[in-house]
Design a binder for this molecule. Sequence first.
Ligand SMILES: [Fe+2]
Length: 220
Amino acid sequence: MTDCLRPDIAILDADITMTMPKQIAAETGMDALTHAIEAYTNHNLDDFDEGLCMAAIRGIMKWLPVSYQEESKESREKMHNYQAMAGIGFANVGLGMVHGIAHSFGAAFNMAHGLTNAVILPYVLKYNSRNETVAEKLSELSYHCRCDDIIRAIEEMRETLHIPESFAAAGLSEEDFKNKRELLIEHAMLGATKVNPVVMDIESMSRMIDTVYYGGTIDF
Ligand SMILES: [Fe+2]
């Protein structure tokens, strides 16, 4: 992303979040979680952004379900703050393959950015956990978020937020998917995928694209 698109200031006023429809709160919240986790697991992570991203992840895991279910001022304010912290983190550090694939599906099918990230995030974390450093960071996140397995906890939160676990379940037709499959793979290799902690090849990406569409396990 070019620097001229980055904001100079952010106004964090929770009042303006109170009329946000709850499904938008859910999807944009999952986008913020993806920002924080992709920056946290990116090999460029530095000490300052480690603090911002860790606090954002811990806060979002706690407060996003509350913001969705109760729509309280306190929970919306917490999410507003944590998404800004995650935003600072990823602006400094970079993202990863979740965003690379999300941009590909979003552009091809005009799908909401938060929704695409929310579908893809657990699959990519499972894939990236083959990298020892990423696996270690994920177990740190499990510890700090007080759960046995951060990836499973994200899948459970996604369910609570009524977000589907695949693009097929989200209603994208198989015909549309197959028509654009090659283009999806090609575009998903670009952008943020280039700074993914695990280097991708076309064969692995094509299997990843099929998995996020149909669902299933990461066994490649
Ligand atoms: Fe994003």
